[in-house]
Design a protein around this ligand. Structure first.
Ligand SMILES: NC(=O)c1ccc[n+]([C@@H]2O[C@H](COP(=O)([O-])OP(=O)(O)OC[C@H]3O[C@@H](n4cnc5c(N)ncnc54)[C@H](OP(=O)(O)O)[C@@H]3O)[C@@H](O)[C@H]2O)c1
Length: 308
């Protein structure tokens, strides 16, 4: 497994994370098998959220994790708070951050979380309240590191004015097909394509400048959860190039799609959502592949982009 060190955050963590959003579909026994398989492959970092299936993803993970017998200190467990679908709102108030964190710990049967992320920007957020909540969670030993998800640079700065702890992760959508994180730089100032639109205020460069590790969610999905682009007839050119490069390295097309993310010098982590142990094994072979610059560009262009 390719390992990375998160500056001011956890050291020696895997470049591939297992996302638990789809875990409620499994029995506790199967979920335990998925967790054990992940750890055996070197994927000892798990992502969850309070809102995934109304807390059932955290609950299933917690019930399954105790069955594995894996030592708590041998894994990194991350969850996210702030999305409240039952109330139809996002909420970064101190009260909600604290109660969500308590709920997450209870559901996952944990004394502490390694990482807590604010899931999506609450339009009414007050950074002073976030700061107070993070202080309490840190002081009580319930959370070790903090970060955000889907948060643009200026909100990051606003948080940083008050929050004392380093914010070490930003989790955003990024894949060969959903590549808006990098597109805007390539097409900068170009009136002929929508890809030139800066949709996140330069988040990628901001994260690199401020030593924030990006976690790429849905690395294999196209659109907003429309399905996996690998083997999809909607992407013939991309699949042809994936197949050719996969053949060269003796891995699958899926592994090459993940290797494309890992090749970026920003040292991005990819959050795999598969609940199939064979698929995860396949994805992990991405960590053994370092794409050449030419292969990286070929894949990017085959996913429907052009060089200006
Ligand atoms: N921060 C956010 O806003 C946000 C939003 C969404 C997701 N997330 C996080 O990101 C994680 C991953 O998201 P995702 O599940 O959409 O990611 P994904 O890895 O892009 O998609 C996984 C899905 O693709 C399927 N798939 C089909 N063919 C596959 C193949 N050959 N190899 C691997 N998978 C294949 C998987 O099915 P099988 O299980 O059958 O393999 C699974 O249903 C989530 O679990 C969550 O932790 C975060």
């Amino acid at each position: 497994m390719k390992m990375i060190n998160v500056t001011r955050g956890p050291q020696n963590v895997p470049a591939i994370i297992l996302g638990c959003m789809r875990m409620p579909a499994l029995s506790v026994k199967d979920a335990a098998g998925v967790i054990q398989n992940a750890v055996d492959l070197g994927v000892n970092f798990f992502d969850n959220a309070t809102c995934y299936d109304k807390g059932h993803a955290e609950e299933r993970f917690g019930d399954a994790f105790v069955q594995t017998g894996i030592r708590r200190e041998d894994v990194i467990i991350q969850s996210k708070c702030g999305i409240c679908p039952e109330r139809g709102e996002f909420d970064w108030s101190k009260e909600n951050i604290l109660s969500s964190a308590e709920d997450s710990l209870r559901r996952m049967r944990l004394d502490y979380m390694d990482v807590l992320l604010l899931h999506r920007p609450d339009l009414l957020f007050e950074p002073e309240e976030v700061a107070e909540a993070f202080d309490e969670l840190e002081k009580s030993g319930k959370v070790r590191w903090f970060g955000v998800s889907n948060v643009p640079p200026m909100q990051f700065e606003l948080l940083k004015k008050y929050v004392r702890q380093p914010l070490v992760f930003d989790q955003v959508q990024f894949s060969l097909e959903q590549s808006q994180l990098i597109d805007q730089t390539l097409y900068m100032n170009n009136l002929t394509t929508e890809r030139s639109i800066d949709r996140d205020n330069g988040l990628l460069d901001y994260c690199r400048l401020n030593e924030v590790t990006i976690q790429a969610w849905s690395p294999l999905q196209y659109g907003f959860f429309k399905g996996c682009f690998v083997d999809s007839p909607e992407f013939p050119e991309l699949n042809a190039v994936l197949a050719e490069i996969a053949d060269k390295y003796g891995v699958s097309k899926t592994a090459i799609a993940i290797a494309w993310i890992l090749r970026h010098p920003a040292k991005i982590q990819a959050i795999a959502g598969t609940m199939n142990p064979e698929h995860l094994k396949d994805i992990c072979s991405a960590a053994e592949v370092t794409l050449t610059r030419h292969e990286w560009y070929r894949l990017y262009l085959a996913s429907g982009k052009f060089l200006p």
